[in-house]
Write a protein that binds this ligand. Structure first.
Ligand code: SF4
Length: 373
């Protein structure tokens, strides 16, 4: 079904693109008939994002601007980081409560030494129905060439690589890092060579900085088997000086690509999938758009986040979390830890992106570099 792709003249303010459907109580059936843990909007706990470090070798201006995260920034001491056994113990408890997909994030997760050992420990986790947990990881790709084979052999299932431009000058303008695009592309090629398929390549699009890269990016990955994805620039954390006019609405992104390579929309792979999928009419692959600003998807949000030292957050834009790390280290048993997870999720009513334009959401937010995107 070819979807009509509206062409919004640049004169239409970004705010006109914003649609905020009310969060419907989406009942998502669980595989085994048991009732998964649900929040106040009946959203089940399905996805867990685990941050394994708050450090990064990039300084992306939309996430970890150098002005804030400079050489004197106080990162977490190593002793505060959950050990791999502690992460695995908590992950087991989340899987028992309905989590089916675990994403390893950071900061930059490949900076965490011997990360493949943690992947090995998590790769054996099974859901109550006996299904393997889907294990994914998001990286900026700079260290991927070195790590790809180890991660694959350890049991990692899927990879997402953040790459905000193909032009080196634009790349550095976005990531303020001393790495080249070629290093990241080489990392992607190595990952593909060791068996990672359909790698998702994420570009955060910021008007006036890298939006001219949208078409070169689409051209580059078209027909590669990998999935180019375009993310609307978000007001994550408190440091990126976010402004609405720097957002390029996904509809504009789609319209720009469609003008050169006709697209048709695809159904979601599963309820709660973050990206909206589009397929090239000529059959040469698909792309995705992630529209947290203009088409918020809080209604189906099934994601919990575990910080590097064990705090549970129920939204990317949360301002506070619930501590699991301290009670774990103070000797709480699994039932007590499970109880904390249950009470936290059942009380959850997050829908920041839906309320963003209402101005109802204020207060200091956690940093995305601390909790992972
Ligand atoms: S804003 Fe929060 S509740 Fe909404 S989709 Fe993002 S993480 Fe989920």
């Amino acid at each position: 079904m070819a979807t009509h792709i509206p062409i919004f003249p640049a004169s239409v303010p970004v705010s006109a693109h914003i649609s905020t459907p009310a969060p419907a109580a989406t009942i998502i059936p669980s595989g085994d008939g048991t009732t998964p843990l649900r929040d106040t909007f009946q959203r089940p706990l399905r996805d867990l994002r685990i941050s394994v470090t708050d450090r990064c070798n990039f300084r992306c201006t939309y996430c970890m601007p150098r002005e804030t995260f400079g050489s004197d920034y106080a990162f977490l001491p190593h002793s505060a980081l959950l050990r791999f056994e502690e992460i695995t113990r908590l992950a087991k408890l989340f899987v028992a409560q309905g989590v089916q997909k675990i994403r390893i994030t950071g900061g930059e997760p490949l900076l965490r030494k011997e990360l493949e050992k943690l992947i090995e420990m998590l790769a054996v986790l099974q859901t109550p129905e006996g299904k393997s947990v889907e294990l994914t990881l998001t990286t900026n790709g700079a260290l991927l060439q070195k790590k790809a084979r180890l991660l694959k052999e350890a049991g990692l299932t899927r990879l997402t690589v953040s790459l905000d431009a193909l032009d080196d000058t634009v790349f550095r303008a976005m990531n303020d890092a001393d790495y080249s695009v070629a290093e990241v592309l080489q990392g992607i090629n190595t990952a593909h060579a060791v068996g990672f398929e359909n790698i998702k390549i994420n570009m955060v699009v910021k008007r006036g900085t890298n939006d001219q890269e949208i078409l070169p990016f689409a051209r580059h990955f078209k027909g590669s088997g990998h999935i180019a994805r375009f993310i609307e620039y978000m007001d994550v954390g408190n440091s990126n000086q976010w402004q609405l006019e720097h957002v390029v609405p996904s509809r504009d992104v789609i319209a720009r690509i469609h003008a050169e390579f006709p697209l048709t929309s695809l159904d979601a792979n599963y309820t709660g999938e973050v990206a909206e999928r589009w397929r090239y009419v000529d059959g040469s692959g698909e792309i995705g758009v992630i529209s947290s600003v203009t088409q918020p998807f809080c209604g189906d949000c099934t994601r919990a986040r575990l910080s590097t030292e064990g705090k549970l957050f129920t939204c990317l834009f949360a301002s506070h979390g619930v501590d699991l790390g301290a009670p774990l280290r103070q000797g709480s048993d699994d039932a007590q830890l499970q109880n904390i997870i249950t009470r936290c999720w059942q009380a959850r009513d997050d829908r920041y992106s839906m309320l963003r334009s209402s101005g109802l959401q204020d207060g200091k937010k956690i940093e995305m570099s601390y909790i992972g995107g």
